[in-house]
Each structure stands twice: as C-alpha cells, then as structure tokens.
Design a binder for this molecule. Structure first.
Ligand code: ADP
Ligand code: MG
Length: 255
C-alpha cells in the first residue's frame, strides 16, 4: 500500500521565558493511503502542533515531512503552499467558516484563492454539499446552520480538492454525540474506495478512536504508544476488545 505521509524526527520548539520548550519532539510517523489514524493525548501534549506541522500551517524546528513523496522541508514558501492545498484537507474543531460567506462560497474559497477557475469547481462543490444533505442550504450563512451542518460544510471544503490526506483536529469536540458520529461516518467514508483518502484525526473520545485502524497516544510532546485495530473479520468481538484497550491506555495517559 502506498505511503502518503512520512514524518521523521519531527520537532517544534517554542520560546518560554529564557529557554525553549518542545511542543512536539522526535515524532516518526508513516501513514498509508486509505488509513484512518486517531491521535489521543492530554490537553497540551502537542496534538494540534503535530497536525499543524504536517499540514504546513507551522514550520518545524527540525525533522522532515514528506507528503506523497514530496519533501515539504525542501520546498520554497510558494511550493509548500501549493503542495499543502493539493495534498491536505484540514477540518477544525470550531469549523473556521467565514461568517459573511454562504456555505457554497466557503467551500470553494480556498481553491479560488489557489487560482482554480470557479467554473471548474462550482459543480463539484454543489454535489459534495448535496451528498452531505446540504443541498437546500447552499446559500445559507454559517450562523443560519446548526453545528453539525457547519462541520459538514467544513468537511466539504476540506474534500473539494480531493486531497490524499484529511486531517481533523477534534472535529466532533463541539457537537452532540449523535451529530458527532454522523460527521465521523462522513470522514470515515473518505477512507474507503474510490477516494481512499488517509484520515488523521485527534479525539479525546475512546469510542471515536475505536473506529480508527490505528491509535497513537501522545504525552509531553512525544508519541508514547500505539495500538492497532485487530482484524474484525476473524472475530467480531475484537471491536469490543479494541475499545477496551484504548480506554485502558487513555486512563493511564490521563493519570
Ligand atoms: P494539544 O493540541 O495536544 O492540546 P498543542 O499542540 O496545542 O497541544 O500545544 C502543545 C504545547 O505547545 C502547549 O504547551 C501549548 O501551550 C504550546 N503552544 C502551542 N502553540 C504555541 C505557540 N504558537 N506559541 C507558544 N506555545 C505554543
Ligand atoms: Mg489541540
């Protein structure tokens, strides 16, 4: 299976008082096409910083990031911006929609800014929003939509360029349980054929993490453990076992 993301010895330091501290330290990570990776960790453990580094929103202090065999760390600023807009779709906890724009305008804006012609992306944006049950809400502003609907608009925006990697930072953190799981199913479906996008998702909820192929645990800026989803085909009870393992590791991590 092809590797869409390869991260080696990635680190980010920030200034604090007289010295520097690591927000992310020595992270090695490979993610394959179609793989769903969940990241769990206490608040402040570096999860968001890791996602921002991988997506090029922040520059690393050291280490390498390669997206679909393009080494981001060798790119000029312009190249990095282009690679990021082609390869990565980002979904935020608080949706990050522009209040004065309609749902449809929010979805097409990033690609318009990247130089795509409106005529080339307009129909795909409408069909994505329609597939997500928002066909009657294309012209609505974010404040006229529910939280779940706003997050679906944000997912349509992340998916418009059909990027090989989707990243979601606590995308269900601001939604009720049922709406959250609807949003998750939508993200999860991107991992399957035909798109087979990779999904890297930060969550505090073991039930959400249990849907992933693999769960990474972060603590104090490092990845300190990982657990793989067992083969459900051989034994359906493995699903309950996987959730139990995640809950146990999560409790240890938070203790
Ligand atoms: P998480 O998403 O796991 O809650 P973050 O990645 O947001 O953690 O933060 C990791 C650490 O880095 C925290 O101590 C946070 O305060 C710090 N941090 C994050 N962004 C910045 C920044 N821009 N400047 C300084 N410190 C930061
Ligand atoms: Mg965070």
């Amino acid at each position: 299976m092809s590797t869409v993301l390869r991260v080696e010895l990635l680190a980010k330091t920030y200034k604090a008082g007289d010295g520097d501290f690591f927000a992310v330290k020595d992270v090695d990570l490979e993610v394959s096409q179609g793989e769903f990776v969940a990241i769990m960790g206490p608040s402040g453990s570096g999860k968001s910083t890791l996602l921002h580094l991988i997506s090029g929103l922040e520059l690393p202090s050291r280490g390498t990031i390669s997206l679909c065999d393009i080494n981001l760390t060798d790119c000029s600023d312009d190249e990095r911006t282009r690679v990021r807009s082609e390869k990565i779709g980002f979904v935020f906890q608080f949706f990050n929609l522009i209040p004065v724009l309609s749902a449809l305008e929010n979805v097409v804006l990033p690609l318009l800014m990247a130089g795509h012609k409106e005529s080339a992306i307009h129909n795909r944006a409408i069909s994505l929003l329609t597939d997500m049950g928002l066909g009657n809400h294309l012209q609505k502003r974010p404040k006229e939509l529910s939280g779940g609907q706003q997050q679906r608009v944000a997912i349509a925006r992340a998916m418009l360029a059909n990027p090989p990697i989707l990243m979601a930072d606590e995308p269900t953190g601001n939604l009720d349980t049922k709406t959250g799981f609807d949003v998750l199913r939508l993200l999860q479906s991107a991992c399957r054929a035909p798109q087979r996008q990779a999904l890297i998702l930060v969550t505090h909820d073991p039930r959400v993490a249990a849907l992933a192929d693999r769960v990474l645990f972060m603590r104090d800026s490092e990845i300190v453990g990982e657990t793989h989803n067992p083969d459900l085909a051989t034994n359906p009870e493995n699903a309950a076992q996987f959730l139990y393992t995640i809950q146990q590791k999560w409790e240890v991590l938070m203790s």
